[in-house]
Design a protein around this ligand. Structure first.
Ligand SMILES: Cc1cc2nc3c(=O)[nH]c(=O)nc-3n(C[C@H](O)[C@H](O)[C@H](O)COP(=O)(O)OP(=O)(O)OC[C@H]3O[C@@H](n4cnc5c(N)ncnc54)[C@H](O)[C@@H]3O)c2cc1C
Ligand code: SF4
Length: 499
C-alpha cells in the first residue's frame, strides 16, 4: 500500500513528492510523457503535432475555450515547467491579505522552494537595453527577474516556450522531481488518475490507466493519502468527475493572472539586442480598484524569439496601422520612421523598426471573476468580460502614457483568441484556500472541506487551483511555496498517525 499517491508532477506535485518521499512510499502519476531536450516542437507545424487530443493523448499542450477566455496548459513530466519561461517571482505582500495564510507564514516556504528551484539573473541582461527603457518610463519601479536557467548553456534563442532543446532551462526534472526520485519516490509517466473511492477506514482507492486509455486496463491502487496536484484545470476535472462532496465555492473565483502581450512599436529608443533572450526585467505598478484595494500590475519586458524575428518584424510593420491602439498617440514621426517600417517589410532581419520596439508580457492581479463550466472536454473558464477587467484597461492606459512620453505606437492585446477571448497560461483558483467552507474549497494546508462536516480524511489539493485568485506575477514559485507548506503539515499528520 502507498503512503502517498500524488496526482500530477508540476510544481505542486513534485514539491510534495520530494518532501514526502523520505517518510514513506510515494507514487507520482503523470498523464504526460517525458520530453527531453531535442524533443520539443520547433515550429508552428511541430506545435500543431504536439497538440493533446483524444486521438493524441500524449500531446504536450492543449487549450480550452470558455466564454471570454482561452486557457492553455501543458501535459508532461514536470508539468508546465517543461514549457514555461522559468521566471521565478514573488508576489507583493498585499496579495496575501485575503489569504488564510500570511506572507510571514509563507516566507520560510518561499525560501525553501527557492533553494530547490535555484533561479538566477541573466548575466547578459544589463546589455539588452530594456532596463534603461523601463527606468525612463517608470523611474524607481524596476524589479529585475530571475529564471530557472543555466545561463552558461543558454544561447538566448528565446524558445523557452514551448521547451528548451538545448537543455539549458532547468525544469522540475532537474530540481524537485530529481530530489523526489533520489529519495525513493516512484514516477509513472503516461498514467492518468481517473476514478476514486474513499474507503470507510479513511484510505483511498484510485483508478489509474495509461493516458487516453489506449491498450491498457484500469489498475486500482490503495493509498493512505492522496494529493491532487493535477494543475488548475486538471484538478477541477478530477473533482468534478469523482463527484466528491465539496463546498459551494468549488469552481468559483478563478483568476487568469491578467495574462497579456503588447508592443510599443518603433520608438525612438533602440534595443541593444532583439536576440530573444529570456525575460529578465519588469516594472511593478500599483493599481487601486473601485473598492480602494491595491492590486499589482507587472509589465515584463521580453524579446522576440530569434526564430520569429522575420515574421514579427513584418507582422508588426503591417499591423502598426491596423492594430495600433486607436486611443493612443500616433507616435512620434521621427525622421526615418516610415523608412524603418518599410525596411521591416522588405529586409526583415530584426533591424528596422523592430530594433526600436519593445515587447511586454503582462501579469496582473485581475478581479478573479472566472467560473468553471464542465464540458465533455473538461473544465473551461467562463468570464465573458475578462478582456475588459479594470486592471487590463489600466495596463493599456499606462502603455499609452509611455507612448505619449517616449514616442512609438502601442499595439495592445495581441494575445487574443477567436471571439476576442483573453488568453491565459496562469489560471489560479477554483479550489481556493479559505478559512471555512463558505470561503474556500480547502483549508490553508490543502485539506478538502466536506459539506457534511470537517474535512475529507487523507485527501489534499496542492496546486494552482488552491491559490485564492490572481497574484500579479508568474505563479510557479508561489505554487511551490504553498505546496511546501502543505507537505510539512502532511508529514506531521503521517507522523501522528504512526505513533
Ligand atoms: C507557456 C507557459 C509559460 C509559463 N511561464 C511561466 C513562467 O515563466 N513563470 C511562472 O512562474 N509560471 C509560468 N507559467 C505558469 C506555471 O508554469 C504554472 O502556473 C504552473 O506550472 C502550475 O503548476 P501546478 O503544479 O499547479 O500544475 P502543472 O504544472 O500544470 O502540472 C500539473 C500536471 O498534472 C498532470 N495531470 C493532469 N491531470 C492528471 C491526471 N488525471 N492524472 C495524472 N496527471 C494529471 C498534467 O499533465 C500536468 O503535467 C507558464 C505556463 C505556461 C503554460
Ligand atoms: S533562451 Fe533558448 S537556450 Fe536559453 S533557456 Fe530558453 S530555449 Fe533554452
Amino acid at each position: 500500500m502507498l503512503d502517498t499517491l500524488v496526482i500530477g508532477s508540476g510544481y505542486a506535485g513534485s514539491a510534495i513528492a520530494a518532501r514526502l518521499a523520505p517518510h514513506g512510499r510515494v507514487l507520482v502519476v503523470e498523464r504526460g510523457r517525458r520530453w527531453r531536450p531535442g524533443d520539443f516542437p520547433r515550429g508552428v507545424v511541430g506545435l500543431g503535432r504536439a497538440y493533446l487530443t483524444a486521438r493524441h493523448p500524449d500531446g504536450l499542450w492543449a487549450m480550452r475555450l470558455g466564454a471570454g477566455t482561452g486557457v492553455a496548459f501543458a501535459s508532461a513530466v514536470g508539468g508546465s515547467s517543461a514549457v514555461n519561461y522559468g521566471i521565478t517571482a514573488r508576489p507583493d505582500d498585499h496579495v496575501f491579505d485575503a489569504w488564510p495564510v500570511t506572507a510571514a507564514q509563507l516566507d520560510p516556504y518561499f525560501a525553501r522552494a527557492r533553494d530547490v528551484l535555484r533561479p538566477s539573473a541573466s548575466p547578459r541582461a544589463d546589455r539588452l537595453g530594456d532596463k534603461a527603457f523601463l527606468d525612463l518610463v517608470e523611474p524607481g519601479r524596476r524589479v529585475d527577474l530571475e529564471n530557472t536557467i543555466d545561463w552558461e548553456r543558454c544561447d538566448d534563442c528565446g524558445r523557452c516556450v514551448p521547451g528548451c532543446n538545448r537543455g539549458a532551462k532547468r525544469t522540475l526534472e532537474d530540481s524537485y522531481l530529481a530530489l523526489a526520485l533520489a529519495a525513493g519516490a516512484e514516477l509513472r509517466p503516461g498514467t492518468e488518475a481517473i476514478d476514486h473511492v474513499a474507503l470507510p477506514d479513511g484510505r483511498h482507492l484510485v483508478a489509474l490507466r495509461p493516458t487516453g486509455g489506449g491498450g491498457g486496463g484500469c489498475e486500482w491502487v490503495t493509498a493512505r493519502h492522496v494529493v491532487i496536484a493535477a494543475g488548475t484545470l486538471g484538478t477541477l476535472d478530477l473533482l468534478h468527475r469523482w463527484r466528491l462532496p465539496v463546498g459551494p465555492r468549488f469552481g468559483e473565483r478563478i483568476g487568469l493572472n491578467g495574462d497579456g502581450l503588447a508592443f510599443l512599436h518603433d520608438t525612438p529608443h533602440a534595443l541593444t539586442s532583439h536576440s530573444g533572450a529570456p525575460i529578465s526585467t519588469s516594472v511593478r505598478l500599483p493599481f487601486v480598484d473601485a473598492d480602494g484595494r491595491t492590486r499589482t500590475l507587472t509589465v515584463m519586458s521580453g524579446r522576440v524569439p530569434a526564430a520569429a524575428l522575420r515574421f514579427t518584424a513584418a507582422a508588426l510593420a503591417l499591423a502598426a496601422g491596423r492594430l495600433a491602439d486607436g486611443d493612443a498617440p500616433g507616435g512620434a514621426s521621427t525622421p526615418g520612421s516610415a523608412l524603418r517600417r518599410l525596411r521591416d517589410l522588405v529586409v526583415v532581419d530584426g533591424g528596422g523598426a523592430l530594433s526600436r520596439s519593445f515587447m511586454f508580457k503582462l501579469d496582473a492581479e485581475d478581479s478573479s471573476a472566472g467560473r468553471a463550466r464542465f464540458t465533455r472536454a473538461g473544465a473551461v473558464i467562463d468570464w465573458p468580460d475578462y478582456a475588459d477587467d479594470p486592471i487590463l484597461r489600466f495596463a493599456e492606459a499606462r502603455l499609452r502614457d509611455w507612448a505619449a512620453r517616449t514616442g512609438g505606437r502601442v499595439i495592445k492585446s495581441v494575445a487574443r483568441l477567436t471571439g476576442g477571448r483573453g488568453f491565459s497560461v496562469h489560471p489560479l483558483g477554483g479550489c481556493r484556500m479559505g478559512r471555512s467552507i463558505d470561503d474556500g474549497v480547502v483549508d490553508d494546508v490543502g485539506r478538502v472541506f466536506d459539506p457534511r462536516g470537517g474535512v475529507h480524511p487523507g485527501l489534499r489539493i496542492a496546486d494552482g487551483s488552491v491559490v485564492p485568485g490572481s497574484i500579479g506575477v508568474p505563479p510557479s514559485w508561489t505554487i511551490a511555496a504553498v505546496a511546501e507548506r502543505i507537505a510539512d503539515d502532511l508529514i506531521a499528520e503521517q507522523r501522528r498517525a504512526r505513533t
